[in-house]
Design a protein around this ligand. Structure first.
Ligand code: CO
Length: 300
């Protein structure tokens, strides 16, 4: 662990405390896929630059078998991260591949992508997340781009006490760097497994919005004073206050959590289904382009 290192710097880092805890709402999307919408619901409409976070987890094929048949996106990025099961992705430009557990697909939809995301399995557990990350005005109509990494190339930092961190984007306090490059929102995205009782510390860029999503276990986020210490339990998202550092004391069972942070864009947001732009007129243009078949061409 790196706590000694951090404490020995003698610089008092302002700790980020939990300012809001929520569990999302049950809904369906695509062709009847059951999911929990955690960001992008009345509880938490967005956490700039994060527009949506869906969690799906089921062993029942009827909950996911319909998948997400062909649909468009424009103006933002989708990040798919699976814990169990496999999804096949296919787009209108001939880009096709399978997303596997522990691997990631970071898709910059930019000016437009038409794709399908279908389960690559007929039974068994499918579990994972899709995060939508907004793009700044200057990049909303950029060329579509993929950053895809199979599980075997994902960096996993392993600490002596059993703590493991899969780093998708950003850098751990010990220097492990995730493969995803993003100069729009400089995101941090980590899948963290903590042994019972572990004390875990991670720096987060000052001014970036950040949250944790607890997949399993329970833990305490240490605030600036003991009075600000807050517990969070599995299947809850905790929005973090501003500050420099996340400091966690794990409970008496192993925990697993996502830590996600990014630079807020502070721009107007206009949403229309699968399109996220700055103005209503740009949303109408996206629908016009889609209805006129422009998304169906190999390049818009
Ligand atoms: Co999609």
């Amino acid at each position: 662990m790196n706590t000694e290192q951090v404490e020995n710097t003698h610089i008092k880092a302002e700790k980020r405390s939990l300012v809001k805890v929520l569990s999302g709402i049950a809904t369906t999307d695509g062709d009847g896929v059951k999911l929990t919408r955690i960001i992008g619901s009345p509880e938490l409409n967005m956490l700039d630059p994060f527009l949506l976070l869906d969690s799906f987890e089921s062993e029942q094929a009827q909950d996911y078998i319909g998948g997400f048949p062909e649909h468009p996106h424009r103006g933002f990025e989708t990040v798919t991260y699976l814990l169990n099961g496999r999804m096949r992705h296919k787009d209108n430009a001939g880009h096709e591949g399978v997303i596997e557990p522990g691997g990631v697909q970071w898709m910059t939809a930019g000016k437009g992508i038409l794709h399908s995301e279908m389960p690559e399995q007929e039974n068994g557990l499918l579990q994972g997340f899709q995060l939508w990350v907004n793009l700044p005005k200057m990049a909303k109509m950029t060329e579509p781009n993929y950053q895809e990494f199979l599980p075997d190339v994902m960096p996993i930092e392993r600490h002596i006490n059993g703590c493991e961190i899969t780093v998708i984007a950003g850098k751990t306090n010990q220097g492990t760097v995730g493969p995803v490059i993003n100069d729009y929102t400089y995101p941090l995205y980590m899948d963290i497994r903590l042994p019972a009782g572990d004390h875990f510390v991670q720096n987060i860029t000052v001014g970036h919005n950040a949250f944790i999503y607890l997949i399993q276990g329970d833990l305490t986020v240490e605030g600036e004073t003991p009075l600000q210490d807050e517990k969070i339990v599995a299947k809850n998202l905790g929005v973090l206050s501003k500050g420099q550092q996340l400091s966690i004391v794990n409970g008496d069972k192993p925990s697993r959590l996502l830590l996600i942070a990014g630079k807020p864009l502070n721009e107007p947001v206009a949403r229309g289904g699968p399109f996220v732009m700055n103005t209503r007129a740009e949303i109408m243009q996206a629908y016009d382009d889609f209805n006129n078949g422009l998304f169906h061409k190999a390049s818009l």
